[in-house]
Structures are given as C-alpha cells and as structure tokens.
Write a new protein. Sequence first.
Length: 251
Amino acid sequence: MRLPATISLGIASYLLFLLLNLPAQQILGWVSGSGSEIPLTFDRPSGTIWSGEAEKAIYQRMPLGKIKWRFQPTSLLLGRLSYEIELTDAGQKVTGTAQARLGGGYWLEEVQGLILAESIPQMIGQKQFSIRGRVDMNNVSLSYDDGRLNRTEGQVRWLDATIESPLNLKVGDLQADLTTDDNGTIAAEIKDLKGATAIKAEARLSIDGNFQIDGTVKPSSRTDPGLNSALGAIGRKKPDGSFQLKYSGRI
C-alpha cells in the first residue's frame, strides 16, 4: 500500500531534520576515520553537519588552528558536498570553500588568507627544511585525490622570505603564479617583488612526485651576503652577474 503524499513528505522532512542535526563529532569521526584519504583530525568539534566548529584542525599531527564550517546545500545539485570554511590561529587566517565529490576526490577553492611559512615544510613532508615569513594566498584552488595533490591554481606571495635550514638566507618578497597542465604537472612561475635580488624561476611538480626548479638569480649590492656565497656554491655564474640554478628531487 502506498503512503499518502503528506505522510511521505512528513517522513522525508523528519529524516532530513535528523541528518542536518547530526552532531559534528559523529560526522567528523567518519571523515577522519582510518579509511580516510585525508590525514585530518578535529579536536573538540561542536555544532552539526549544517554549521559548526572545532577548536583545532590537525593535519599530519600538526595543529592548524580553529576551524568553522557552513554547509552550502545548492552544491548537492552538482553532485558535491560543499562547505564554506574559516581557519584561524595566531597570526593566521584562511577562508575558502571545501568540496567533496560524491564520486571521490576533494577540492579547496577560492582560498584567501595568510599563513606562517614555518608550517609548510611539515605539511608537505619536508621537515629537513626550515623557513620563515608570511605566505599570502590569493584565489588559490587545490585538488586532492588518490592520496596526493593533483591540481592547483592561483597566486601565492611569500613575504619576508627567509630560509633557515639547510642554509641561512634572507631572500626578500617572492610571488608564484600556479597552474596545472593537462598531464597533471603543477608549475609555479616565480619572481621577486622588486627586492634586492632579481629572481626568475620555474618550479614543476609531476604527478609521480618528482620536482625540478630551473631559474636565474641576480644579486645586487643590497643582497644578503649569505645568499651571495650560497649562489656561488650551487649555481653557475653568467657574464651578466646572474646565477643559473637547477635543482631536482622527489616529494
């Protein structure tokens, strides 16, 4: 026997109400469980699947700060689960849209904000490096699938860029324009922002994790002496006083 339309609508509305009011702690337990692709956990979550927050979002055992989220219901029409997010910590604030495709894969879109550069080496699994400065993100998008980053677009500026290890260098302000080609290779066009040292380089990261950096660096009388010494050791000096740099490795 078929239920009357009013009863069916009532049952559907009640189930939707239950879903939207599921405790955030239960939902985030599913997201960050042992089978999750993303190594992300949440400390003291509150609220619901619709809107909530957690005192800390933790990525690969590194605290990122307090996170807030709000569900965007229209995203379901596109086959996605989409949330507006805000991440804040001392001296850091990032906003954007996080999406999970129903068929698999994750997106971060329209990412704006400022983070401290010192947190980046641990995020990408390169703890042998130590850097300082502020990283300003402008309309950055990231795609994460099959356990790896496979696409990124947007603009990033590294302000007061400083490398502390393996070399101790003050670099200045840098800008990187990020693109991804049809083969999934991520490229960053890097340049200085009218600092003491002229820098022009391209960094490329392929889908298998191999990366290479190719560029030129031209110091001036205002360049950090430590950078001058390092360039002489790792680069080839050209007739115009600039240094040709090439470096490759694997993440």
